[in-house]
Design a protein around this ligand. Structure first.
Ligand code: HAM
Length: 424
């Protein structure tokens, strides 16, 4: 039985060593996105449920099965955000943004979906996402994809595959929808109960079904991209040409429709090894969303990558950054006067940005050296009455065992100079 101190299944505690790796990825994202003129947007984690119901689509798994939705004490229908795009669009609509006005935003943060936890699948997971809102052109889609791959390169994920497809516009995809309805009508009895319902409510969602018995039927379904109208096919051809011009490899994946209803035109996913069954690292595409209360829909293109999955792939590829030391110097003191000095020195070093730890309890030398090793300090700066009288500090390199003495007044300079070793 799970202990009461464990987080609930699908949720996780992240300790300092892991957080360093998270920050590497987050900082790379911020840097890359800034070079494409994206600014950060932080939206609330809790939203009115309608923000998601309407944008993501009532028939999607996220809305039907996975959203943490509840009524609060005031009878309001609220939901923990299962993804970032709908909240971003609500925020932009609230700002009074109108279509045609370009806005480029990125976000980092937790999302919540009540899925069965597995490797790379959490109930609280974290997305790094971007939305380029307001303009519709194949060039924007290409630039967004180029930025995603640039970001993946910057964190060492160079082995990955970009899958690409088009959903066309709502008008242009009507013949494809009818073809799917006709086709699946002939296989209704063999489809799972969910797909039988989807056949009535939103036939596209059948293409996302993961139930094994539905797979042979889905594989043989009509090629929807080929049934789209000419404007949608031209748009897609221009996206492909733009990627070719930048030398970006991709695979056209005819079954890719993505699990959310707001997409039109370009849809894409990046898959990579190291994720087991959850091989999708990032997904996105072009969309049109009419936020609740908004008068008109806003168009955009964007993507989100799961941080947990980025980290799994980085581990698989062996490109994790070695954990940095949290502490460079441990200040050891013997006696009250030495301890008072070390407390002042610690403050001076910390104010100069040098990470230090020290004994605050007047423990013995052995206990303090043990503590220095436990916090993986590189140097022990040892001060007793004798050193204090001589105006010196004994510095021991805990990796090499080499010792040197420094004048008490020279410790800050030594640390700022990058801890030079004694001259032999
Ligand atoms: P999504 O495909 O639902 O798209 O999620 C994007 C990424 O979030 C996935 O590729 C995966 O890496 C990660 N992810 C999703 N669910 C989980 C989970 N349960 N555990 C761990 N990671 C997960 C969206 O959310 C869209 N809003 C993307 C987008 C932005 N489209 C346009 N703009």
């Amino acid at each position: 039985m799970a202990s009461h101190s464990e987080p609930i299944p699908g949720f996780a505690d992240l300790f300092p060593a892991e957080c360093q790796e998270w920050r590497t990825v987050e900082e790379a994202a911020r840097q890359v996105f800034a070079s494409y003129a994206y600014g950060e947007l932080r939206t609330p984690i809790l939203e009115r449920s309608e923000v998601f119901l309407h944008s993501l689509g009532n028939e999607t798994d996220v809305v039907q099965k996975e959203m943490y939705a509840f009524e609060d004490r005031g009878g309001r229908h609220l939901a923990l955000r299962p993804e970032g795009t709908a909240g971003v669009m609500r925020a932009l609509a609230n700002l009074g943004v109108v279509d045609g006005e370009e806005h480029r935003v990125y976000y980092l943060g937790p999302m919540f979906r009540g899925e069965r936890p597995a490797a790379g699948r959490r109930r609280q997971f974290h997305q790094i996402g971007v939305e380029c809102v307001g303009r519709v052109s194949p060039g924007h889609d290409v630039e967004c994809l180029a930025m995603l791959l640039h970001f993946l390169d910057s964190i060492g994920i160079t082995q990955r595959t970009l899958l690409l497809n088009t959903r066309g516009t709502a008008e242009d995809r009507e013949p494809a929808r009818l073809a799917l309805r006709d086709y699946f009508a002939g296989h209704l009895a063999a489809l799972c109960p969910d797909c039988q319902r989807r056949h009535e409510t939103n036939v596209w969602r059948i293409l996302d079904c993961k139930v094994p018995t539905c797979q042979p039927i889905i594989v043989a379904a009509p090629d929807t991209a080929a049934l789209l109208g000419q404007p949608s096919r031209d748009y897609f051809a221009q996206v492909c040409a733009g990627l070719d011009a930048l030398g970006i490899p991709y695979q056209v994946e005819k079954r890719l429709v993505r699990g959310l209803d707001y997409y039109c035109h370009t849809v894409f996913e990046v898959i990579a090894e190291g994720l087991g069954a959850q091989n999708t690292l990032a997904g996105g595409g072009r969309y049109e969303i009419q936020p609740p209360g908004g008068k008109r829909s806003l168009a955009g293109v964007g993507f989100a990558a799961g941080v947990e999955r980025l980290l799994l792939v980085r581990a698989h590829l062996g490109c994790q950054t070695p954990p940095a030391r949290l502490v460079s110097c441990y200040l050891v003191s013997l006696g009250a006067a030495a301890q008072a000095h070390q407390v002042r020195l610690a403050q001076t070093l910390r104010q100069a940005g040098i990470p230090v730890m020290l004994d605050l309890e007047g423990r013995g030398m052995k206990a303090q050296m043990k503590a220095a090793n436990r916090c993986q300090a590189r140097y022990a700066l040892i001060l007793g009455d004798n050193e204090l009288t001589a105006g010196q500090m004994l510095v021991r390199d805990l990796d090499s065992g080499v010792q040197q003495t420094l004048p008490l007044t020279g410790v800050l300079e030594w640390a700022k100079a990058g801890y030079p070793a004694p001259v032999a």
